[in-house]
Design a protein around this ligand. Sequence first.
Ligand code: FAD
Length: 470
Amino acid sequence: MNRSQGHPTATEVEQFSRALDGRVCSRLSADYETRRRALVWNGRPPECFPSLIVEARSAPDVVVAVEFARHHKLVVGVRGTGHSYSSIFMCDAGLLIDLSRMNTLTVDRSEHRIVVEAGATSGEVAAALEREGLAFPVGHGAPVGIGGFLLGGGLGINCAAWGGMSTFNILAADIVTADGAERHASPTENPDLFWAMRGGGPGLPFIVTRFHLHCYDQPGAITSNTYLLRFAVLPHLAAALDAIAPTLDRRLQVMLAVISAPLELASHCAPEDHGRIAALTAIAFAHDAVEARTLQAPLAELPILSDCLVRVQDQATTFAGILGQGETLLVSKRFRTDNVLCDQLGVAVDIIMRHLPTAPSPASLSLIVWRGQHDHPDAAYSVSGRYFVSTYAQWGSAEDDPVNGAWLKHFYDEMAAIATGAYVNEFDLEARLDDIGRCYSTSALERLRTLRQRHDPDAIFYNPFARSHH
Ligand SMILES: Cc1cc2nc3c(=O)[nH]c(=O)nc-3n(C[C@H](O)[C@H](O)[C@H](O)COP(=O)(O)OP(=O)(O)OC[C@H]3O[C@@H](n4cnc5c(N)ncnc54)[C@H](O)[C@@H]3O)c2cc1C
């Protein structure tokens, strides 16, 4: 059950506001609608209207907000930086705590540790660490919040080598629980909540205010190789990649994007290319340039790459450079995504070949990320698959929402047949709330449900899965 029957008076809201470092925006505030829309990244604010939007500036602000919500029987939603593709944080009629102004960071170089407030972005974390010669597997876009990213699992930069998923680099966290108490969660303190934060995703029975993260020495050399090929070649390219994948070093990040051909390559496309190309990018995270070339070699030597339209090799890059690259592909105003984890790359590519050319918007794209085989520690993140296969529908106007949503749903209904799991942070939760079980093992899903009942018996925190009994 989700609550939110409360109606605090204007005076009570005024008193609440004075108790905070941050500010409160109510539905009576002149800028309410502007602020509500600005919370959402995907360009499609849902018909959800929190009674109060609380911009928290500190952990004590979060405590005051949870206590106020308890007192007035308001459900509590939590927003990091709002990059959820499905705006899953948006509660209706409750109190939404926006953490995006909580973004301080403290780096401990000798301990390889960073303590970061939960509203910080991937770009802020990467930049703070880069100054100290350190690195963390942050998300692939600078504005992506570290909070929601880590809590859902985190398919971060070089994460195949650094933890498997980024969430496995959480050492501990400072949290606020449903009773309004500030607590610490680690393998030895509140271990069940620590278990849940490593991949539990939306609707957790606590709010993280600060993460304590393990970080790594910055690689001595990061090099990027890019190969652009015709779309029609994709099945052969995927087969060649799949054949050598077991020999690849995990420090090579391999991503295959299927995108619209840039203008300068359009004339190289035949009708069977449908105006698209396959862009294979391999980024090596190595000690030095020589080792980087060794990591790149198995892929660079693939015979099929002699058919490239464009081939750029041994480009030195940085975390800042990689963060910038991710942002160039998402160019429209409205977004929706879905994904599977799978082992059958050939079948996944066959499905892409049939569905991507029928996309209502040519800007929509598919992405294949090689993950390799991982034995993850016991945590809420409990799905696996050698490949992550996602599609980003993107388009320009509201009237095209239904046709793009239906296309993506149909595409990934077919993909679901080969799924070994799905990644919750890029799962189409607008269409698939009832399929949320695909994002966790059966036992992890059950344990999350039990933890929610035990630690939030009054259902203070907004649980988007309440209606699917998760
Ligand atoms: C441009 C773009 C690039 C992306 N790149 C990647 C990528 O490379 N790898 C990847 O894995 N994912 C990526 N993502 C997906 C990303 O991981 C999710 O969108 C993630 O939710 C973003 O975090 P956020 O803090 O903005 O979350 P929000 O959208 O603010 O919230 C998402 C969920 O997390 C909960 N939540 C957030 N913070 C807290 C907290 N402190 N305590 C408790 N619950 C909290 C919210 O309640 C909500 O349920 C990308 C998304 C975008 C839009």
